[in-house]
Design a binder for this molecule. Structure first.
Ligand SMILES: Cc1cc2nc3c(=O)[nH]c(=O)nc-3n(C[C@H](O)[C@H](O)[C@H](O)COP(=O)(O)OP(=O)(O)OC[C@H]3O[C@@H](n4cnc5c(N)ncnc54)[C@H](O)[C@@H]3O)c2cc1C
Length: 372
């Protein structure tokens, strides 16, 4: 006999697991089918920055959604740890976006007009906080709310919490097809088994095109490869995340400094290249000169799921089928995971939604633009 569930989630990355957790909390029966190991995709490659203000420049619906998601981490850090006993390594010491020229300082100061929580710190103020940074800086934009987490631990904590609340998590089970049987019955097929579900959520990141095509939908999600490296050094003290020229250094709680990340479009490989790592080292050394003598611990790469306009697809199938999408979170899936979980929960439970978010993340928005 086929196992029966209210909701079947395809993909066990941070997005699928966040949705599973929120649904399981409501006593909805959920199965998550993960093709590999939980969190094995982009989630385990991420640096874990919760960069609402550092990543998103406009004060629009996307920014509001990101801020709400960032806020959710403040309660999730306790709820997930209490339930799963996994510490998500939440650090809220903020971030500096640095300026090396007056022109760069001007651009950063302009951003403060949009976002009131941001502060401009002079060179002396920044160096008093972070003495190992280059003496060539002219100052930095201090973003107090942009902290960071450990993505692998968040994903594992969502997964374990969902499972303790009754969700079934199945690893090494790629879904190869979805078949509609009746009004509210879909079958998810894997090579080993079949799962009968009333609702389906497609949350398989950069691989979502496979189901877009299967469902005759024209949306696209493309890979943007990102390479990172981690170092350690007893001679470097760094409190806050440092951001300059698309590069960042995240000081993790375990003493590692994570440096990222390159942006390579349409590249499906997940092996870091010498050239990619070299670029990062060249960019980061003038910012934190002492990094030259740090120990290189590891390098890695992952695939960010990018949509045409850089915003995720979070919404229902356009024909009103009980098929939902939560994919295309691009550079910010760790930041956006909590709010994506509650939004998909509310979509499935037919609760009141913020219409600005429904419009901003609608899966047909890019098609509508293209037709105009
Ligand atoms: C180098 C790098 C740095 C990043 N840094 C940050 C950061 O600092 N902050 C931030 O917010 N975001 C960051 N991101 C982005 C973030 O990692 C992603 O947006 C996020 O992980 C997407 O999560 P996901 O669950 O949608 O995808 P994934 O984590 O890729 O999960 C999708 C899962 O679906 C599974 N799957 C695929 N096909 C199937 C199938 N047919 N059946 C079943 N399962 C399937 C895969 O095995 C995978 O586990 C970074 C990304 C990279 C690459």
């Amino acid at each position: 006999m086929k196992a029966k569930y209210d909701v079947g989630i395809i993909g066990g990355g941070i997005i699928g697991q966040s949705i599973a957790y929120q649904l399981a909390k409501e006593n909805i029966s959920v199965v998550v089918l993960e093709g590999n190991k939980v969190g094995a995709g982009a989630t385990s490659a991420a640096a874990g920055m919760l960069g609402a203000s550092s990543e998103l420049e406009n004060n629009d619906a996307f920014f509001q959604f990101a801020k709400e998601s960032q806020q959710q981490y403040k309660t999730l850090r306790h709820d997930l740890t209490n339930l799963s006993q996994i510490n998500i390594q939440y650090v809220d010491k903020g971030m500096y976006k640095l300026a090396f020229t007056e022109q760069e300082a001007y651009v950063l100061k302009t951003a403060m007009k949009e976002h009131h929580s941001l502060e401009w710190h002079s060179k002396q103020q920044v160096l008093a906080m972070e003495p190992n940074l280059s003496k060539e800086i002219v100052g930095g934009l201090y973003i107090p709310e942009d902290g960071h987490v450990s993505p692998k631990h968040v994903c594992a904590a969502f997964s374990k919490s969902a499972s303790l609340l009754g969700a079934v998590i199945v690893e090494n089970s790629p879904v190869h097809s979805i078949k509609k049987l009746g009004e509210e019955e879909y079958i998810l097929f894997t090579n080993q088994s079949e799962y009968s579900c009333s609702h389906i959520v497609i949350a398989n990141g950069v691989w979502s095109d496979y189901f877009f095509k299967q469902l005759d939908l024209e949306m696209k999600v493309k890979p943007v490869k990102g390479e990172c490296l981690a170092v350690s050094s007893e001679n470097i003290s760094l409190e806050k995340t440092i951001f300059y020229d698309h590069c960042y250094i995240v000081p993790k709680g375990d003493g590692r400094l994570v440096v990222g990340a390159t942006m390579v479009e349409d590249d499906w490989s997940t092996t870091p290249t010498v050239g990619g790592i070299q670029t990062l080292i060249e960019k980061i050394t003038p910012i934190l000169p002492a990094i030259k003598s740090a120990k290189l611990l590891e390098t890695w790469a992952g695939l960010r799921p990018q949509t045409d306009d850089g915003k995720p697809y979070i919404g229902q199938h356009p024909n009103g089928e009980n098929i939902y999408f939560a994919t295309g979170h691009y550079r910010n899936g760790i930041l956006l995971a909590p709010k994506t979980g509650t939004m998909v929960r509310d979509l499935i439970l037919k609760r009141k939604l913020n219409e600005d978010y429904v419009k901003a993340f609608s899966i047909t928005r890019n098609l509508a633009k293209a037709a105009r």
